[in-house]
Design a binder for this molecule. Structure first.
Ligand code: KG4
Ligand code: ZN
Length: 339
């Protein structure tokens, strides 16, 4: 079965074709980052309009890359939520309507289930069960994953998501949106030990996170300093180290609580090299294993939606002709796969 995947939940238009027999055939991504950078963040209305402009040319380009015609597509998967309502509506309307026109089934995919399953596209995919750490621009969650659709929320951020904290702190350091990867670049030249940021909510039991205090701590540190290049790098280093340490402490707790030995790390922030290194050494210490998607599939993309859609379609899960999006959609309300 060849599934066309469509992702438009935020500021990237992602299209991919996944074949359940042979794997990923093609994928294309158009990022709106440059357009939103001017405003310091995503402008929802502009995001929707740009998805409208880009989506059909990108679908054509993806079909051409796979050397396929529309009649070779057996089903369409599109992101149904969570995300920006206008952006979701573009992908959902185009996806559902194309499936109707082509006479193939459609399925609406949960964006975070897409992220969670993205490591399944790698050569050595994780086996179930595992603990998943989802770290993106909008979510920070620890989840026990027993199978596709069998999700138990273990903990989550009570305020800012990890990616949001990266972006806000990056802004304070004078970096353009989205600042996460740019802050990570600065941190590479930072010196250890000059600044010490807190490890929020690690001094009490539980698996919830809080990242908004780190941004405030960064703001106060910046105010007290002469902000030269070296200082910016050192602050970026200390911030990133604090996030990585906090994630390590909470993941270790989650693995202990569940008795599991596999950790899947997904979402945009899982592209961060320092965080990967810290979690890898934790898993080495615990004699377990960490799994990630390749960096280009950590951030939003069509491949993860095509894959997650293929899994749902194989379990006979289809969308009706009534087009629906779910801007808010808790992951642990998803249905289990029918056997
Ligand atoms: O998963 P994603 O593409 O979109 C959402 O579903 O939110 O995640 C985007 C987030 C942004 O906050 C971005 O700054 C962050 O992931 N990000 C990073 C890195 N790459 C992306 N944060 C830290 N280090 C990175 N290398
Ligand atoms: Zn995402």
């Amino acid at each position: 079965m060849r599934v066309l995947g469509i992702e438009t939940s935020c500021d990237e238009t992602g299209i991919a074709i996944y074949d359940t027999e042979t794997g990923l055939l093609a994928h294309q991504l158009y990022s709106q980052v440059a357009m939103h950078a001017e405003y310091g963040g995503v402008v929802p209305e502009l995001a929707s309009r740009d998805h409208i402009r880009k989506i059909l040319p990108l679908i054509e380009a993806t079909l051409a890359q796979a050397k396929l015609k529309s009649s070779d597509i057996d089903a369409i998967a599109y992101t149904k939520g969570p995300g920006l309502v206008g952006a979701l509506l573009v992908g959902s309307c185009v996806g559902r309507a194309l499936a109707y026109a082509w006479g193939v089934p459609a399925v609406g995919v949960h964006h975070m289930e897409g992220h969670l399953l993205a490591p399944m596209l790698e050569e050595q995919p994780p086996e179930f069960p595992f603990v998943a750490l989802l770290i993106s621009g909008g979510h920070t969650q620890l989840i026990q994953v027993d199978a596709v659709g069998e999700y138990t929320l273990l903990g989550e951020s009570v305020d800012d998501a990890a990616g949001e904290a990266f972006d806000k702190t990056a802004k304070l350091l004078g970096l353009d949106y989205p600042g996460g990867p740019r802050l990570a670049k600065l941190a590479e030249q930072g010196q250890a030990g000059r600044f010490k940021f807190p490890r929020p909510m690690t001094d009490r039991p539980g698996l919830d996170f809080s990242f908004s205090g780190l941004k405030t701590f960064a703001a106060n540190t910046i105010r007290a300093q002469e902000l030269d290049d070296a200082t910016r790098c050192d602050i970026a280093y200390a911030f990133e180290e604090a996030v990585a340490d906090t994630l390590v402490i909470k993941c270790q707790r989650a693995l202990k609580q569940t008795g599991l030995s596999r950790l899947v790390v997904a979402g945009g922030v899982s592209a961060n090299k320092t965080i990967r290194k810290s979690l890898d050494s934790l898993m080495q210490k615990l004699q377990g294993q960490a799994f990630y998607a390749r960096p280009e599939f950590c951030t939003d993309n069509g491949a993860m939606i095509a894959y997650a859609g293929a899994v749902r379609l194989a379990a006979q899960q289809f969308e009706s002709l009534e087009i629906q999006v779910k801007p808010r959609w808790p992951l642990d309300t998803l249905s289990q796969l029918k056997s």
